[in-house]
Structure formats: structure tokens, C-alpha cells
Design a binder for this molecule. Sequence first.
Ligand SMILES: Cc1cc2nc3c(=O)[nH]c(=O)nc-3n(C[C@H](O)[C@H](O)[C@H](O)COP(=O)(O)OP(=O)(O)OC[C@H]3O[C@@H](n4cnc5c(N)ncnc54)[C@H](O)[C@@H]3O)c2cc1C
Ligand SMILES: NC(=O)c1ccc[n+]([C@@H]2O[C@H](COP(=O)([O-])OP(=O)(O)OC[C@H]3O[C@@H](n4cnc5c(N)ncnc54)[C@H](OP(=O)(O)O)[C@@H]3O)[C@@H](O)[C@H]2O)c1
Length: 271
Amino acid sequence: MTDVAVSAPPAKASPFHELKVLWVHHWTDQLFSFRVERPEDFRFRSGEFVMIGLPGEGGGKPILRAYSIASPQWDEQLEFLSIKVPDGPLTSRLQKIRPGDTVLMGKKPTGTLVLDALTGGERLWLIGTGTGLAPWLSVARDPETYSRFGQVVVCHTVRTVADLIYREFLTSGIHDDPLIGDEAKAQLTYYPTVTREPFETPGRITDRIRSGDLFRDLGLPEGFSPERDRVMLCGSMAMIKETAELLEGYGLKEGSNAEPGDYVLERAFVG
Ligand SMILES: Cc1cc2nc3c(=O)[nH]c(=O)nc-3n(C[C@H](O)[C@H](O)[C@H](O)COP(=O)(O)OP(=O)(O)OC[C@H]3O[C@@H](n4cnc5c(N)ncnc54)[C@H](O)[C@@H]3O)c2cc1C
Ligand SMILES: NC(=O)c1ccc[n+]([C@@H]2O[C@H](COP(=O)([O-])OP(=O)(O)OC[C@H]3O[C@@H](n4cnc5c(N)ncnc54)[C@H](OP(=O)(O)O)[C@@H]3O)[C@@H](O)[C@H]2O)c1
């Protein structure tokens, strides 16, 4: 008979990374951004989302929600942009995090707002409402975006001018990016629209597509073409549905990771 060493069963690996908060910035009483440290073995494609959360209160189950990663795949830190829902199970607490605190992050990033899910094309449109801007902050800082597309247009529709977070960054700050600054300067166009306050480009992006104002403002031929244009949509379900219908009307076909196409979509929230 041989002696068998009896050892405790291996501890079950946690499904979450526990990450230190490095930076928090409050834009408005509705919106904030934060950065966390990046685990060495965490890989993702620019535009993907991941589960973010906090431990449950009083030893309860952790509360997790989907969040787009707002930094590109090459960045050393991970950035997120968040809504503050006053009675939201997660964000009523998440909005109080400070540098040094810990947040939970799922280990499996996923999503369809990735360059892999799009076929060729010449011009990339990144159309978002509210926090649906988050994945564009990632895609617009990825060098592959500029090697694949000659022109990249970020369209951001919000209620008030104060909700145009990252406006300064997308207009000029990004030009100083050490990796893609020159490309962004030459190829990136930022197109904000505001629906509930006076603004130089007022109204919903869907209305500006229908009226042709979007294309006139940018000096482009009116409409989208399946040969030339590729589109990503993120934000409210209503905007996504309406814009997808418009794109289908122009002959664009929806793509996915399994079957790349002319446009891809992801809701950033229910509503
Ligand atoms: C694929 C995916 C990606 C997402 N990415 C982001 C992101 O990058 N940033 C982010 O803030 N949220 C994002 N969300 C929404 C996020 O998962 C949570 O809903 C949000 O953090 C609120 O959590 P909560 O527990 O406080 O409230 P919840 O109970 O989740 O939401 C309460 C209500 O608040 C409203 N709401 C929730 N999130 C938003 C939002 N982002 N914008 C406007 N209204 C909202 C909705 O009406 C919702 O029914 C994403 C959702 C999905 C499905
Ligand atoms: N952001 C704020 O200033 C604010 C203030 C108070 C409360 N809240 C609360 O915060 C939550 C999220 O607000 P949010 O502003 O981030 O998201 P939101 O309500 O989805 O609005 C974001 C932008 O998307 C536009 N939009 C909505 N449906 C559209 C469609 N079908 N096609 C094109 N554009 C469309 C809105 O235009 P319209 O304005 O025309 O709808 C708005 O400019 C809501 O629950 C809201 O009650 C937000």
C-alpha cells in the first residue's frame, strides 16, 4: 500500500478580478469615468464590454453590470464611462468609488462592436447616444481603425451640452495621443448633436441622417453606401432600432463576429 498525500481540494478560482481604482472623474451629476489597473493576463479587442461590479453589501452576492471598455486594447489601464442611476443597484454605489478602492471585473470580455465584425469599407461611422460613446473612445484610439478606414466619424447625441463628455478630447486632446495622434488629426471627425438645448448641430442623429444635414455638415455625399460606409451603433434601444432601419434602407447588412457585415450594434442600456 502506498501512502497518498491528502491535500485540501484546490481553492475555486474567483470568476472576477479585484482591481484597484486609479482615477475617478465626475463630469456631471449623471456621468462619471474611472480607471482601474489592468491585470497582466487580461486581453480584449477594442470596443468590447466586460462585467463590472462591487461586492454585495453585508456579504451578499456581488452586483455586476455590463460596461464597455472605454480604453483601447493597448492601454496599460482600463477606463470606463458610467451613468449614475440614483436608485440603480450598482451605480448608486459605484458613483462613490475613489482611488484606492477595489472594483470587481469579469474575466471574459465580449461584444460585437469590434472591427473584426465589419467587412472592408472606406469610412467608419461610430454612432452613439449617452454612455453609448464609451466603445468609440476605445475604437477611436486603436491604430487598426486608421489603417483600415480612411475616415472615421464619431457621432454623439446627448440631451444637454454638459453631457458632451470627452468633447475636448475628441476635438483636440486625441491629437496628442502618442500612438494614433497624427492619424486621428488627419482622419477622425467628431460630430456632436444636442437634443434639449440650443446647439449648432441640434436634434437627434436619426433626424439629421433623414434630413441629410449630417452629410451636408461634413461635406459628404448624402446617404450611406454598402460599398463605402461601415457603421457601429451603441446607446438607447430606440436609437439603435431606428438607425438600423435607416441603414437597411440604404442596403447595409448587419454583421456579427461569426459573419462580418456592413454595420454592428449593441445596446448600452435598456430603454
Ligand atoms: C452591453 C452593455 C454595455 C453597457 N455599457 C455601459 C457603459 O459603458 N456605461 C454605462 O454607464 N452603462 C453601460 N451599460 C448599462 C449598465 O450595464 C447598467 O445598466 C448601468 O451601470 C446601471 O446599473 P444599475 O445597477 O445602477 O441600474 P440598472 O438597474 O442596471 O438600470 C436602471 C435603469 O437605468 C437606466 N440606465 C441604465 N444604464 C444606463 C445608461 N448607461 N444610460 C442611460 N440609462 C441607463 C435604464 O432605464 C435602466 O432600466 C451597458 C449595458 C449593456 C447591456
Ligand atoms: N442626461 C441628462 O441630462 C438627464 C437628465 C435627467 C435625467 N436623466 C436620466 O438618465 C437616463 C439616461 O439619460 P440619457 O440622456 O443618458 O439617455 P437617453 O434618454 O437615451 O438620451 C440620450 C440621447 O439619445 C437621444 N435619443 C433617444 N431616443 C432616440 C432615438 N430613437 N433616435 C435618436 N436619438 C434618440 C435623446 O434625444 P431626446 O432628448 O430627443 O430624447 C438624447 O439626446 C434616463 O433614465 C433619464 O431619465 C438624464
